[in-house]
Each structure stands twice: as C-alpha cells, then as structure tokens.
Design a protein around this ligand. Structure first.
Ligand SMILES: NC(=O)c1ccc[n+]([C@@H]2O[C@H](COP(=O)([O-])OP(=O)(O)OC[C@H]3O[C@@H](n4cnc5c(N)ncnc54)[C@H](OP(=O)(O)O)[C@@H]3O)[C@@H](O)[C@H]2O)c1
Length: 338
C-alpha cells in the first residue's frame, strides 16, 4: 500500500487507515462482536493498513482493550492513534481537559493498549472550562516523557458545537474556531495531525482547514470518509436503524433525505463502473478523499473483515483528474446536519 506522512514529524503510515469506532460505539450495536472486530483489524493490517484510530471513550475502554490484544502481537505493524478528553457518563458525554486528568488518561490508555508509547495522541474535544493551552501543555509533557510520539487535535464536533452559538457557521466558516484553536496550541507544541470530517458529502474541510494544514506540513485524518456508511450505497432508505444508532435520529438519515441524496451514490457508482467490475462506491468515495492530497489519510470505520479489506483496496485505485472533478461537481448533499 502507498505510504503517507503525517505531520512534519515524519510519521509514516499506509495511505488508508482503519477507524475502529464502529466496533464499540455508535453504529449497529447489536452487531458489535469482539472476535469479528479482531478479524477485521488483522485483515486490515495484512492488507497494508497501519493507522488504527481509536479513543478511550469508544466502548468506553473496550475498543482500546481490543486493540491492545493486537498491539501485543504485532506492535511493529501498527501506528496507533488514540484520544483523550471526553468522559462517558450515564447517557451523556462530557469534556475533561484538566492536566492531571490527561496524565491519568494517557497512562490508562497505555495499559489498555499494551504498549509503552502511543504514536499519535489526539485531544478529542477541548474542555470549555480549561484553557486549551493548559490541556495541550500536559499533552506535550507526555511527549517529553516518551509516552506519546506526536499530538493531534480532533475537530469533528464543530458542526454540533456551532449549533449552540448565536450564529450558525456558513460552510467556509465551519473551521474558523478550529483554526483559532490550532493557532493557540501551535504556540505550545507542534500539531502533527488534525482529525476532521471529510467526504464527498462533507467537503468543507477543503476550504480553509486543509490549506492551513498543508501550509504547515500537518496531516489531516479524514473522519467519516464514507458519510457514516451512506456513500457506500449499502444503506436502504427507510431500512431503519437500531434505536441507539445515532443515524436513527439524524436528519440526513431519514428515508426522505436518504432518497434525496441518492444522486451522490449514483455518481460514485458511475465512476466505480469505469474502473472495473470489482470496484465499489465505497472505494471511490475513499479514493476521492485520497485524491485531495498527500497530507490526507482517510480512516474509514468498520467492524467487518470484508469491508476492512475492501476499504484498504481503495489505496490502489487511481482516479483521474476528470473523475475527481466529476465527483467534486456532484450536487451538494441535501438535509440538515443537526
Ligand atoms: N474524532 C472524532 O470525534 C471522530 C468522530 C467520528 C469518527 N471518528 C473516526 O473516524 C472513523 C470513521 O468514521 P465513521 O466510522 O464514523 O464513519 P465512516 O467511516 O464514514 O462510515 C462507517 C460506516 O460505514 C460502514 N462501512 C464501512 N466500510 C464499508 C464498505 N466498504 N461498504 C459498506 N459499508 C461500509 C460501517 O459499517 P459497520 O459498522 O457495519 O462496519 C459503518 O457503519 C471512526 O471509526 C473514528 O475512528 C472520529
């Protein structure tokens, strides 16, 4: 698999990563099984994936425990990215960015992951009660202590964060607050990577965030590159989600909006068909993300061996400039995000 570099610190990973969240969080919970997830992780690594993206809150804790079993056996094959800063309570999630908490969280993640160093440690969400420089300073000390190799910031929550403010951000403004936050933490310790949503139906990170990263040699880990499964074309409008699946309450996943956004899936399938029989809409969706430049590493999430292998295969798919332009010109997705 093609390799890509994350950040000026020259962290080297396979071009497609594996998002491990669906194994223990969010989607289709009734189908979350440790043995199946373990097979998916091994299959991804065998296919050349190295970046495994997890977080202490996935489960909580169980996803790191599962990856610990993998790291114990094949540490050299894995680039592990985990996150701190969000605590799961009874039916809610809260931020904690206090330095003493961050230090404890890192030690706990190291224990669960059965490793002595985390390759990339991401701040999941900044804590509104704690200046971000304080949290970041504590994370920088973890690098100095040799517990962490590089630091990253997650900007995935920006859409919902914007809703609470007085002004709903326009697409170009979506990452304005993130960039301000990044500028602040850069004064304390270099950012190696930013994790943000990026896909054919959520391209806003291309406007200001990616150029900001490229100018500084910072990697962009593309979360939700498959549009939470929608862009794969395997979800049936009106097919129904399990009650605790966030898509069951998401306005973009109502039967009506899923039907309205089918032109996006059709566009991905059209390009896939030009690249041969076995090529899927999911692979084209990932190849479009890869096509946004060498600083970008998509981390498609799955708990299934078959899809982990299929997604890894996207690294070998070469879209033409015409394909990329055609996909970028697909009609904008319809439906609110919140
Ligand atoms: N920092 C943050 O706050 C944050 C937030 C969201 C995501 N992330 C990271 O980004 C990763 C990716 O995002 P995501 O998992 O939310 O969304 P995603 O990658 O866009 O989509 C995942 C969904 O697509 C399905 N899928 C995967 N490959 C498929 C294929 N080839 N064909 C058909 N369906 C396929 C999966 O099904 P199954 O579940 O059935 O396998 C899962 O439901 C996460 O796993 C996580 O590591 C980070």
């Amino acid at each position: 698999m093609e390799r890509r570099t994350i950040g000026a610190t020259a962290l080297d990973v396979g071009a497609v990563g594996l998002g491990c969240m669906p194994m223990h969080w969010a989607y289709s919970r009734s189908q979350q099984r440790g043995d199946l997830s373990l097979r998916a992780v091994h299959a991804a690594l065998d296919a050349g994936v190295s970046l495994l993206d997890t977080a202490d809150m996935y489960g909580p804790f169980t996803n790191e425990l599962l990856l610990g079993r993998v790291l114990k056996e094949r540490r050299a094959d894995v680039f592990v990215s985990t996150k701190c800063g969000l605590l799961v309570g009874d039916g809610h999630v809260v931020a904690n960015g206090r330095p003493e908490y961050v230090r404890r969280a890192c030690d706990s993640s190291l224990r669960r992951l059965q490793t002595d160093v985390i390759d990339l440690y991401l701040l999941h969400r900044a804590d509104p009660e704690v200046p971000v420089e304080e949290t970041w300073g504590a994370m920088a000390q973890l690098v100095a202590a040799g517990k962490v190799r590089a630091l990253g910031l997650s900007a995935v929550g920006v859409r919902t964060a914007g809703v609470r403010g007085a002004r709903r951000p326009r697409s170009g403004d979506l990452y304005e607050g993130t960039i301000r936050q990044l500028d602040r933490v850069q004064q304390v310790f270099p950012v190696a990577a930013v994790q943000a949503e990026l896909s054919v139906w959520a391209p806003e990170a291309l406007e200001r965030l990616l150029p900001w990263c490229v100018a500084r040699g910072i990697g962009l880990l593309a979360a939700m590159p498959l549009g939470s499964g929608f862009l794969t074309g395997t979800l049936t409008p009106g097919g129904g989600f399990e009650p605790d699946d966030p898509r069951a309450r998401h306005p973009r996943f109502t039967a009506e909006m899923m039907a309205a956004n089918q032109p996006l899936v059709a566009g991905l399938r059209r390009v896939a068909a030009r690249h041969g029989d076995g090529v899927t809409a999911a692979q084209v969706a990932l190849a479009w993300v890869l096509g946004q430049g060498r600083h970008v590493v998509p981390v498609p999430g799955t708990k299934r061996e078959r899809w982990a292998v299929e997604n890894a295969g996207a690294a070998g798919l070469r879209l033409t400039a015409g394909d990329l332009a055609e996909l970028s010109a697909l009609p904008a997705a319809r439906g609110s995000w919140d």
